[in-house]
Design a protein around this ligand. Structure first.
Ligand SMILES: Cc1cc2nc3c(=O)[nH]c(=O)nc-3n(C[C@H](O)[C@H](O)[C@H](O)COP(=O)(O)OP(=O)(O)OC[C@H]3O[C@@H](n4cnc5c(N)ncnc54)[C@H](O)[C@@H]3O)c2cc1C
Length: 405
């Protein structure tokens, strides 16, 4: 932690036994509860807008993030706010499924990768240059509304603010049996080979050729150099595998599909992302829920990074226009929620195989139309073209069921 930031460390607090009662907590304009992807994104969006220099902002997380705990992949056109930490991008990606393989040109989109560790450091460096922003490392016990403010209880102390932006899921959501709930679970290895094996300008977005016995299964391959790549084995299914199931999937893919027998595993990551049409609450009084806790994970794909960026931008835009962060509506949201529910219905009920649905989409549509759709940014005509490329009767039945349940 550098000097120009005011940091409170709970253990080192000179008055650790003084609890601030709710009537006299330390007061801020905004508190950002959780300094992961969403919390740091919001802080950087606020700073970049230039409109918060006079505001007292407090960021709280239970731990300082120094490890590369995740890698974010996403697509966008042009340069984004976090372009400086994009470690690699690809404009050409392979799609593979039984009976169909094609190298897709994504331009004007690029598929980009950001390493978690770089993102955390980049955001913290920016935040640390702003003395109006404080950071507290402490466990957050609860958040709530109190009168005309919201509060956060962290490390036994009370903090109050006009608005709290929270990305902590304090309790797993109670999902109604009427809602779908799959898991996107994955294990990735960064491997290094002895000789040149990868084309660095061609990634594999989805390869559905591995066995589908455990559910919808695909692998993606992101090469950093001719000898180094991230290979990620991913499933959409209700249950996790045993740990060796992911290792076996990765080994089989590297040997059988990539034809590589000698390699070293340098890093690994494992993750589980909820795929559910449960409606996460975005606002509770003066609390705005963000990130995964605020429903920013796309139910049918698990992609979250871009939706987090868009939510941060909406919050800042709302502040600029109205002086409060509550104008968060997204045009067409209900329509895209319904599309997500329909696809989850098909996958959960196994009406069609996941690999087959994605193959039809990629075989019959320009990839940019698919990426735009997955970003919830298409118009009705483009959506009709996408629907037309899929088996219509099963989708119509699932569509009706989702309208009336
Ligand atoms: C391994 C992995 C890879 C992923 N890859 C992608 C990808 O490629 N593309 C994509 O779009 N999405 C991806 N995701 C999904 C999503 O983008 C990430 O999960 C993202 O980090 C979500 O951001 P968040 O801020 O909502 O949650 P987090 O980043 O998890 O942040 C929550 C923060 O809250 C803190 N916290 C939790 N409880 C407490 C507490 N009680 N007190 C204080 N602090 C607390 C945590 O320390 C953490 O810093 C991935 C997820 C994982 C797990």
């Amino acid at each position: 932690m550098t000097k120009n930031i005011k940091t409170f460390c709970v253990k080192a607090d000179p008055t650790p036994n003084i609890l601030y009662p709710i009537s006299s907590p330390r007061t801020y304009d905004c508190i950002i509860s959780g300094m992961g992807c969403a919390g740091l994104s919001l802080a950087v969006h606020m700073i970049r807008s230039g409109a918060f220099t006079e505001k007292k902002i407090l960021l709280i997380d239970r731990e300082e993030k120094t490890l590369n705990d995740r890698t974010w992949c996403f697509w966008e056109t042009g340069k984004g706010l976090f372009e400086d930490v994009v470690c690699k991008k690809w404009e050409k990606v392979w799609f593979h499924a039984n009976g169909y393989s094609d190298l897709k040109n994504l331009s004007p989109y690029a598929y980009k990768m950001i390493r978690g560790k770089d993102y955390y450091k980049y955001c913290l460096d920016i935040i640390q240059a702003h003395p109006n922003i404080e950071i507290l490392y402490a466990d957050i016990q609860r958040i709530g509304n109190s009168g005309s403010n919201a509060f956060v209880e962290a490390g036994g102390m009370m903090y109050s603010a006009a608005y709290v932006f929270n990305s902590i899921l304090f309790h797993p959501p109670v999902i109604s049996p009427k809602k779908h709930h799959l898991l996107q679970h994955f294990k990735g290895w960064i491997i290094e080979t002895k000789d040149d094996r990868f084309k660095t300008n061609e990634a594999t977005l989805m390869d559905f050729r591995p066995s589908q016995e455990h559910g919808t299964t695909f692998v993606y391959v992101m090469p950093f150099s001719p000898r180094r790549a991230l290979v990620e084995y991913t499933l959409f299914s209700p249950e996790l595998l045993q740990d060796d199931g992911y290792d076996e999937g990765l080994k089989n893919y590297i040997e059988q599909q990539l034809g590589i027998s000698e390699y070293v595993v340098h890093e690994q990551e494992f993750g589980v992302i909820p795929m559910t049409n449960h409606r996460f609450q975005e606002r509770d009084g003066r609390i705005i829920h963000m990130g995964t806790a605020g429903g920013q994970t796309k139910p049918s794909s698990g992609f979250t990074f871009r939706f987090i960026q868009k939510q941060s931008a909406r919050i800042v835009q709302s502040f600029l226009q109205h002086g409060h962060p509550f104008d968060l509506k997204v045009v067409g949201k209900q329509r895209f929620d319904w599309y997500d529910s329909v696809l989850l219905n098909i996958l959960s009920n196994q009406t069609l195989d996941g690999w087959f649905v994605f193959r039809q989409l990629f075989k019959n549509n320009h990839p940019c139309r698919i990426l735009k759709f997955l970003d919830n940014e298409t118009g009705i005509i483009e959506e009709m073209k996408l629907m037309y490329s899929l088996p219509q009767w099963p989708f119509m039945k699932a569509g009706f069921r989702e309208l009336y349940t």
